[in-house]
Write a protein that binds this ligand. Structure first.
Ligand SMILES: *Cc1c(COP(=O)(O)O)cnc(C)c1O
Length: 391
């Protein structure tokens, strides 16, 4: 302890406090509530991939520091996945980097690419690590708010263009988008790409939900648009694509200069991580298309179940085109403050949700919205729906 008046926690991080997930998960535990707050599946991914991890561990593969950029088998599998799905070719040696989850990829990219004072435009509401990582990198965040319109949240392209200044260094994009469930359309992505090229901006794009798009929605990586391949850092994660969120295997694909820059930061964060799991994820990425189709269909059915239940309970329900979250508006229930609502919901209905306001700088813009995760077993969702009907 120091006796000076100076706070212990530095100024860059002081505003962030403890994440809401800690508070809400504790509340779930103390009230015996169903936790639809934090977004992690309550069943593990494919058994053969779990076995692949066990095999790697037993065979002594990955138990010691793996190579800094990631094991060659995984980098090759990531490059093959990007080519097979999106026609994007990458050299596994110079254009792919394995990270400790997408979380480290985001942190390393921002730490590597920003100078203090650089502005970063991020779509608001945003994933909670973005603001903190921009701050740790000394950048300034400039939120562009997604606006509710016809049961989904949309990007106002004029607002995005107006947000760019001479100090803007990069666009931090997330599609499919957590927490709104928005999947940016080809038209929106075209406009983002044109803006990035015109204003010579870097783009970091968080595409961890690339495999979770529903109905007619399509995930199109920003890196596939004209002029984007050389200025885009694309981020993926095995946690979300294979339901192993505890393994923390993520990756970056980008042009050599960008990967080299991200690696410069990454090597001093974790250096390496998840040795045996890297071998298992290399196998997961070669799973046949039927795995991904079944995974998506399973999640779509869960989305439908929870969406219908929330609507029946009186919420206004936004359409989830991607991710495993549903955003709702609580105003039809006679409520307007998502924080207050989420703090009392466990007591009132035995369910935990997250107030979207925590993902906003403009707290008032997010006040009436509440997020529910549907990546849970069907019986759990059915019970949650039953409980919510008491509202
Ligand atoms: C879960 C999530 C991450 C973090 O992914 P990890 O691989 O678990 O680190 C990053 N971005 C978004 C939008 C997420 O929802």
């Amino acid at each position: 302890m120091t006796s000076s008046a100076r706070p212990i926690l530095n100024r860059r991080l002081a505003e962030f406090g403890t994440t809401i997930f800690a508070e809400m998960s504790a509340l779930a535990l103390s009230t015996g509530s169903i936790n639809l707050g934090q977004g992690f599946p309550d069943t593990d991914g494919p058994e053969e991939i779990r076995e692949a991890a066990v095999r790697a561990l037993r065979d002594g593969r990955g138990n010691q520091y793996p190579p800094g950029p990631g094991i060659p088998e995984l980098r090759t599998a990531i490059a093959a996945h990007q080519e097979r799905r999106y026609g994007l070719t990458h050299d596994p040696d110079t254009e792919v980097l394995v990270t400790a989850g997408a979380t480290e990829a985001i942190a390393a990219a921002l730490l590597a690419l920003l100078e203090p004072g650089d502005e970063v435009i991020a779509l608001e509401p945003y994933y909670d690590s973005y603001a903190a990582c921009i701050a740790m990198a000394g950048g300034t965040r400039v939120p562009v708010t997604l606006r509710p319109s016809e049961r989904s949240f949309r990007l106002d392209l004029d607002e995005l263009r107006d947000a760019v200044t001479d100090r803007t260094r990069l666009l931090l994009i997330n599609t499919p988008h957590n927490p709104t469930g928005t999947v940016l359309t080809r038209e929106e992505l075209t406009a983002i790409a044109e803006l990035a090229v015109e204003r010579d901006l870097l783009v970091v794009t968080d595409e961890v939900y690339e495999h979770l798009v529903f109905d007619e929605a399509e995930h199109i990586p920003l890196a596939t648009f004209p002029g984007m391949r050389e200025r885009t850092v694309t981020i993926g994660s095995a946690g979300k694509s294979f339901s192993f969120t505890g393994w923390k295997v993520g990756w970056v694909t980008a042009a050599p200069a960008l990967v080299a820059a991200v690696r410069s930061a990454k090597q001093f964060l974790t250096y390496v991580a998840s040795g045996p799991f890297q071998y298992a994820v290399a196998e997961a990425l070669t799973l046949p298309g039927t795995y991904f189709t079944a995974f998506r269909e399973d999640m779509r059915a869960k989305r439908d179940l929870l969406s219908a239940g929330l609507a029946q309970a009186g919420f206004e329900v936004f359409r989830t085109a991607g991710t495993y979250f549903i955003t709702t508006d609580i105003r039809p229930l006679g409520e307007s403050d998502g924080f207050a609502f989420c703090r009392t919901l466990p007591e009132r209905a035995g369910v935990v949700a997250i107030p979207n306001a925590v993902f906003y700088d403009h707290r008032e813009a997010g006040a009436p919205f509440v997020r529910f995760a549907f990546c849970k077993q069907t019986e759990v969702l059915e019970e949650a729906v039953k409980r919510l009907r008491s509202l």
